[in-house]
Write a protein that binds this ligand. Sequence first.
Ligand SMILES: [Zn+2]
Length: 526
Amino acid sequence: MNVAASPLSVIAGTPTGSATALAAVLHGLEPHLVQVEVTCSRGPGGFQLVGLAEAAVKESRVRVSGALAHLGVLLNEYAVTVNLAPADLRKSGAALDVAIALGTLAAVGRLEPSSLHGVLFIGELSLDGALRPVTGVLPRLNGAASEGVRSAIVPPGNAAEAGLSRGVQVLVAGTLQRILEHLSGQRLLATLPPTKLVPQPSLTQGDLAEVRGQTSARRSLELAAAGAHNLLLLGPPGSGKTLLARLLPTVLPPLDVEEAIECTTIHSVAGTLPSSTGVVTERPFRAPHHSVSDAGLVGGGDLPRPGEVSLAHHGVLFLDELAEFRRSAIEALRQPLEDGRVCIARARARAWFPARPLVVAAVNPCPCGHWGHPRLTCKCSEFERKRYRARLSGPLLDRIDIHVQAPPVEVAALMRRSGGESSARVRERVTVARERQKHRSERLFGAPHLNASLPARYLEAIVRLDDASRSLLEDAVPRLGLSARAFNKILRVARTAADLEGEAEVLERHVVEGVQGRVLDREPTL
Ligand SMILES: [Zn+2]
């Protein structure tokens, strides 16, 4: 239809065309395809966006009209209706911009509507029509692939993670203009080659060789890493608890490719992918401040976002000053740590995120930090000390297998090169011990558990105590007032100590290590 020739056609409401472009939204990690249906009429009528769009989607009107003006299409000359279907699905974020813009371009006749078929569009637009990176590209692509979508166009800033997707041809475009050229067949975009993901050992936090002294704390890092045991470091300020915690990732084996992709997906949704690589290659280390909100720690929000416990998935979650965390935040950690995932239920959406970090907590021995110090005097009353300790008990402590004391060491001495064993050496032993556990568990129980997460009913089958170990425990249990739960933790840690040595059976010295890991049960010695 030649609109300029017919005076009637400029009346608002006269249809000029319609088109549909494909986009995707996320609820948690779960992708949903969205049909962006655009209808345009000649004449001023404004820009209507319907279909349960959140504020950020509504703002796309401004960005899309800016980007289209750059291509010579002035939206105020049209009445545009954009319907996001299905209507009952919540849509959020700026990632729908590109699909809305292309649907509009096709509806006003700048593009053949059929050229949009079967292509997923992901990206935010700047006012001059450039494609900006968005969060959650990898899960959107994988979701689209599973729905049979064959091709997708993403912003250059998302190329690294997009290259990890499987089953969909990914193209990268820097501008809306460039997508127009591609879809009209003038100049095709090149297919993005797959990203080669090479997981690395975590070396950014330092090296264990830098730690002087702290023999028992070093050993506890090795045990924690080998059996995936949660760890509590108890010691005065300046004992290097934070340094020790930061070094735990360095003795863990590198992520495997599947784990790295899982971490990349979570960090992609959270918008916390490392800018240097664009993908996660190292085990994450997360150290939220004790003032963190419950939602910040476990995830939440109206549009569910992963919390620290999920951002630390497959890595280390460090809770420094554990006693200072809000009780509710620590309570909120209980279920995720039990289940290995977080579920966030909202009125219109339910999201879940994986959450399987190794937890390291650090605490002072008392509020002033000097209780038990060889030189300094504790200023706390007995009541204050007791109340402080009481704050530590509860759901999180129940999930910690090893408590270890980090005695005060001058920071300078701690940092001096001591020629101690390097992280790489410890990591080798840890890796072998982990393989041993997985093989055994696979063979006996059909699943590759590490000792910390092995179901309790299987413990007896992998820890057969000799007479010496048995009498040692019979003596220790009543003396330390150990619960059945603590008893099981001793067996798990003892099993890990034996696995680190390649011992088939748990021996007395391994049980001793398990018992030594119950510092908080041995109250009087502190
Ligand atoms: Zn004190």
